[in-house]
Design a protein around this ligand. Structure first.
Ligand code: KG4
Ligand code: ZN
Length: 348
């Protein structure tokens, strides 16, 4: 089955054609990040306007390799319906509905967070379930129990900033550009992760929640106190490395506390921050200490927002979520900027 997927939840406009869930035939991502650089973050209106400009060229780009009549080679469409920025989401959702209507193809609505989870299927081997997914992105930090396809329970989340957001804000403090995660990672490679003492918020709390805003503020204070002489560029590298280590320590500790509580067979690291090599390595190393536990994460270039895993999620949940081309629900389908994953409560 070939699915054309569309993802437009934030500042990326992406499309992909994926066969049988995991074979990526083509994919393309246009980002307005360079336009957003001067603001140090995403301005929703700037993102939405750019989405409108590039969505058709991006879709055309992924259809082109299919030759003369691309629609005849597509079995279904999939689109991110939330969570995300409403203006951006609507561009993708309405485009997918229009294509589905004209081509008479079924449409699969996909939750962006669930999409991230399925990026772990793109590494070459299907994770065994049940699994524990750590989603770390610019907007979310969540621990999700994946009991089976379509069965997701949130067991913990950040109470303030997301991990990626902390990377982006710390990058700003260090004078690096947006998006900050890859920049902080690069600088951290030159620094000593043990050099500067930083807090590990909530690392010992008995739940599976996170907090990163205090850590971000601690980095800001460390920078303010550091202006007096010395090797400032080395100090910044040490601060980047110490910050990254603090984030990793908290993520690893909480993830494996959850592994001890829930009988899972795989740990999945997903979301944009899953591109971070030090984080990947730490979780992989820790996973190998648990008998029978396997670690999965997407290829680095497919961790940040793109449309491939939206098709993967749609494929593995096709019968569960599909809306037929002439179904009345097709027309009423809309974006939901606050869509989430339901929390797990032990007593229902
Ligand atoms: O999943 P994503 O592309 O978008 C959202 O759904 O939010 O995640 C983007 C986030 C940004 O905060 C970015 O700084 C972070 O992922 N990120 C990284 C790395 N690459 C991207 N954080 C740490 N290390 C990286 N290598
Ligand atoms: Zn994302």
């Amino acid at each position: 089955m070939r699915i054309l997927s569309i993802e437009s939840s934030c500042d990326e406009t992406a499309a992909a054609v994926v066969e049988d869930g995991t074979r990526v035939l083509t994919h393309s991502v246009a980002s307005s990040a360079s336009l957003q650089k001067k603001y140090g973050g995403v301005v929703p209106e700037v993102a939405a306007r750019r989405q409108v400009e590039v969505i058709i060229p991006v879709i055309n780009e992924v259809l082109e390799p299919l030759g003369e009549s691309p629609s005849s080679q597509i079995d279904a469409l999939a689109v991110t319906i939330g969570p995300g920025l409403i203006g951006s989401l609507l561009v993708g959702v309405e485009t997918a509905k229009a294509l589905g209507y004209v081509w008479e193809k079924p449409l699969v609505p996909v939750n962006h967070l669930v999409g991230h989870i399925y990026s772990a299927w793109l590494a070459g081997e299907a994770p065994r379930l049940p699994a524990l997914a750590l989603i770390v992105s610019g907007g979310h930090t969540e621990l999700i129990l994946v009991e089976g396809h379509g069965v997701f329970h949130k067991i913990g989340q950040t109470l303030d900033d997301a991990a990626g957001e902390a990377f982006d804000k710390v990058a700003q403090t260090l004078g690096l550009s947006y998006p900050g995660g890859p920049e902080v990672e690069k600088l951290a490679q030159e620094g000593d992760p043990q050099k500067i003492k930083l807090p590990r918020p909530m690392i010992d709390s008995p739940d599976f929640n996170f907090s990163f805003s205090g850590l971000k503020t601690a980095v800001l204070f460390a920078m303010k106190q550091a202006h007096t002489g010395g090797n400032f560029s080395q100090f910044k590298a040490d601060l980047a490395a110490s910050f990254q280590q603090a984030v990793i320590d908290v993520l690893v500790r909480k993830t494996f506390r959850a592994v001890q509580e829930y009988p899972v067979r795989s740990v999945l690291l997903t979301g944009g921050v899953a591109a971070n090599k030090a984080l990947r390595k730490s979780l992989e190393r820790e996973s190998s200490r648990f008998k029978g536990l396997r670690f999965f994460c997407p290829p680095v270039n497919l961790a940040t927002d793109n449309a491939t895993y939206i098709a993967t999620a749609a494929y593995f949940n096709f019968d569960r979520w599909v809306i037929k081309a002439r179904d009345p629900r097709f027309f009423s389908l809309s974006a939901d900027p606050r869509l989430g994953i339901p929390s797990y409560t032990k007593h229902g």
